[in-house]
Design a protein around this ligand. Structure first.
Ligand code: ATP
Ligand code: MG
Length: 754
């Protein structure tokens, strides 16, 4: 036991060893909240106060859940698989799988990701002949998810006008459609399991009796429904241990309610409020910057952080002339960090918006530095993977109409839009799924559709006893997807991704323990828990969801849920020492030796939208606080005078956040004076910017060079004064005399040499 506790400071020790009552640990970044929460789990188990199956812990991401299990296994000789540690979505999925009948779901219900959800809504509007300009699909989706996050079904939503009434009607229609197809969206996972627990007393009592300890990390970002779900599970007697930091609440736009912290204190009669003020993560200058910045927010519960680590290095700030130059600088700094012995995986590049990553990726790629992007296009969202998944979904649940429509004519089978309309009409008329309505379609379309369904049914029959990876392989072949991409000019990458899907299945099986006996939960009172069975309202005995996923779901169902819920980082890259690229939002809870925060420009960070919303800038500032506090030793901030975003060049002013940082902690790498070239655009050689760096090209692959005279359709004659980037992202600054200086994308602008 000495081992577990000896590395804690007195406040942390007090928090870890609190009696079994509800508690709130309110503390700033890097003060050890997550560590305290993990250690408390280990301590509760080790001292015999609880069995591993008797507690539930909620983390913010799947990655965090895995990390927690790894740390636990290192502290205790227990098998963490099967423990209830996961995200809200993951835990709800598990509950619904175990009690699918009570939740009125088919056993193999499937999870719609955001992309699937949107396309389903579009399809529904089309079928109902509804003008999607008047009722935009995306707005309807936000409306539905927002209502679900508040725990409201269509019938519970208060209607204020006709327009709103239509949204509510469509919400209802959407829910019915999902039910028919046996699919649930993310918000539904939570709402459905909330309703299940509130409706079924035996189930509720069972789980309340079981989870004597509930632990929640990143509590500041729970939404109302999640909070209600926790209350339901906690009942009157269980201890909820919540850790959080109001200064890191960054999901208000998704319904997170930082007010849950004070509600929690009140409603759970929290006697134990512990603050941790010692920061163990960051050097002094970094911490000072974070503290000074966040002090500009008015709505705070208030707390401070101190560190024993020295000041460390100053924060380096770089002003670039363009986003390409910013990327070049990041690469050069990273190279010297790596040369000094830094691990690539300990260097993170953070940005406010996903669209910023392309230029940085390009530069890293060109420099040959391995990198990994989190939260960009996820592996499971790539088109070819989506297609393969659609076939697998149909094998698992033939009634999934979204999957049916995605797969039916891809690769093409001569089934046209008209045939599909016919099929959809027949399905509506007879109240059938598309799969089941195929028999109703006459003529040639009917024959072609029949063949498709027969192929699916054959694969289902032939692969039902195969291990999952073989099943995936068989589906790739029988569907014709592999052949399709083999014949496509640029299909090689896609085939490689499809092969990775087979590897992902192999890895999944190994990690989740399918094909092996379910591991028993070990721990002092595990016998008491094992075999616990409960009886539902109809007197039917139901399986206790104690069992890990491999008992409550088929490997295929489990793999498909994993594909929807997992961040889906490319498995092939796992384990490689690579630099880490991600948005600030997805960096929450993580830490790195060196961190770059890029694009610190007004309109980007803080984001444009934040000005319009009440409290928007404060939320951006919290986001900046999260970003700064990810760094242990080195922090780099950058901004750029110009940036190409969404096909447009923006001319920028540096972020207001620079004025909110303590000057003594900063080191400006490029002169602070503003020297925009467009200020003296009338002069001929107007480019007087930061001198170009040796690595920058003066001549592009396509033969443009500085000094070249060119003609542009709109701007007339001009002279190229600078060229940046290469290949697909080459751009030139061109002095068009009276028409001024322009930054043009060389691959898009139709320039002629003169
Ligand atoms: P965040 O708010 O960013 O999620 P946190 O409060 O959860 O941060 P942790 O991630 O738990 O903080 O801890 C930050 C770092 O400090 C970790 O590397 C952790 O191992 C280390 N740490 C925490 N407590 C101690 C301690 N008492 N002694 C030494 N290191 C510690
Ligand atoms: Mg944490």
């Amino acid at each position: 036991m000495q081992n577990l506790l000896h590395n804690l400071n007195p406040e942390q020790l007090a928090a870890v060893t609190l009696p079994a009552q509800s508690a709130l640990i309110l503390a700033g970044a890097g003060s050890g909240k997550t560590r305290v929460l993990t250690t408390r789990i280990a301590w509760l188990v080790q001292t015999g106060q609880i069995s591993p199956g008797g507690l539930l812990a909620v983390t913010f991401t799947n990655k965090a859940a895995k990390e927690m299990m790894t740390r636990l296994s290192a502290m205790l000789p227990i098998n963490t698989r099967g423990m209830w540690i996961g995200t809200f979505h993951g835990l709800c999925n598990r509950l619904l799988r175990a009690h699918y009948r009570d939740a009125a779901l088919p056993q193999s219900f499937q999870i719609l990701d955001t992309q699937d959800q949107l396309s389903m809504i579009k399809r529904m509007l089309k079928a109902l002949n509804i003008d999607d300009e008047k009722y935009p699909p995306r707005s309807l989706m936000y409306f539905i998810n927002g209502a679900k996050d508040q725990g409201l079904r269509a019938k519970d939503v208060e209607v204020h006008d006709d327009f709103h009434r239509k949204f509510v009607e469509l919400y209802d229609f959407y829910d019915n459609q999902c039910q028919r197809e046996g699919v649930v969206d993310f918000a539904e996972l939570l709402l459905r399991s909330y309703e299940l627990l509130s409706r079924s007393q035996p189930l509720r009592e069972h789980y309340q009796g079981r989870f004597r300890h509930i632990l929640v990390d990143e509590f500041q970002d729970t939404n109302n429904l999640q909070y209600s779900w926790l209350k339901l599970l906690a009942g009157r007697d269980n201890a909820v241990f919540a850790v959080g930091d109001d200064d890191q609440s960054i999901y208000a736009f998704r319904g997170a309610n930082v007010g849950n912290m004070s509600s929690f204190e009140r409603e759970f009669q929290v006697q134990n409020l512990i603050r941790l003020e010692q920061n163990y993560r960051s050097h002094g200058h970094i911490l000072d910057a974070a503290n000074t910045l966040i002090a500009h927010n008015t709505k705070r519960l208030g707390k401070n952080l101190r560190t024993d680590a020295g000041h460390g290095e100053q924060i380096r700030i770089y002003e670039a002339s363009s986003d390409l130059q910013e990327a070049t600088w990041i690469i050069e700094e990273s190279k010297s960090l790596i040369a000094e012995g830094a691990l690539r995986s300990e260097i993170a590049v953070l940005y406010r918006s996903n669209a910023q990553s392309r230029v940085i990726e390009h530069a890293l790629f060109t420099a040959g530095i391995p990198y990994r992007v989190y939260g960009g296009q996820r592996f499971f969202e790539r088109a070819e993977i989506k297609h393969a998944i659609a076939y697998l979904q149909l094998i698992d649940n033939p009634n999934n109409d979204s999957a049916f429509l995605r797969a039916v004519n891809f690769p093409t089978r001569g089934i046209g839009a008209r045939s599909l309309e016919q099929l959809q009409d027949a399905a509506r008329q007879h109240g059938l799924s598309l799969h089941d309505a195929v028999a109703q379609v006459p003529g040639k379309p009917g024959v072609l559709l029949g063949r498709f369904v027969e192929m699916l049914d054959n694969v289902r029959r032939d692969t039902s006893v195969l291990p999952l990876p073989d099943m995936v392989q068989a589906v790739l072949e029988a569907s014709g997807l592999l052949v399709h991409y083999q014949n496509e000019k640029e299909g090689a990458d896609r085939i490689e991704n499809l092969e990775q899907l087979v590897s992902a299945a192999t890895l999944f099986i190994a990690e989740e323990g399918f094909g092996r006996a379910a591991p028993a939960l070990q721990g002092p009172s595990s016998e008491a828990m094992a075999g616990a069975a409960i009886v539902n309202g109809d007197g039917v005995e139901i399986i206790d969801a104690d069992a890990p996923l491999n008992v409550v779901m088929s490997p295929l169902s489990a793999f498909l849920s994993h594909a929807s819920l997992e961040a889906g980082d490319n498995q092939a890259q796992a384990g490689q020492d690579a630099m880490q690229l991600m948005t600030v939002h997805s960096a929450k809870g993580l830490e790195f030796d060196a961190v770059f925060i890029t694009g610190l420009e007004e309109g980007l960070f803080p984001h444009d939208n934040s000005e319009k919303e009440e409290g928007g800038v404060e939320e951006e500032r919290r986001l900046m606080y999260v970003a700064i506090t990810r760094a242990r030793q080195r922090l780099y901030l950058s901004f750029s005078q110009t940036r190409m975003l969404h096909g447009q060049t923006r001319f920028n002013v540096k972020s207001r956040f620079f004025d909110e940082l303590p000057e003594e902690a900063l080191k400006w790498l490029s002169p602070k004076v503003q020297h925009h070239w467009f200020a003296n655009q009338q002069q001929k050689a107007a480019w007087v910017d930061v001198p170009s760096r040796p690595s920058e090209r003066t001549q592009t692959d396509s033969g443009w060079r500085i000094g070249q005279s060119v003609h542009h359709q709109k701007f007339g004659e001009g002279v190229i004064v600078n060229i940046e980037g290469g290949g697909g992202s080459a751009r030139a600054s061109i002095n068009f005399g009276r028409n001024g200086m322009k930054l043009l994308d060389l691959t898009i602008a139709k320039l002629e040499k003169v």
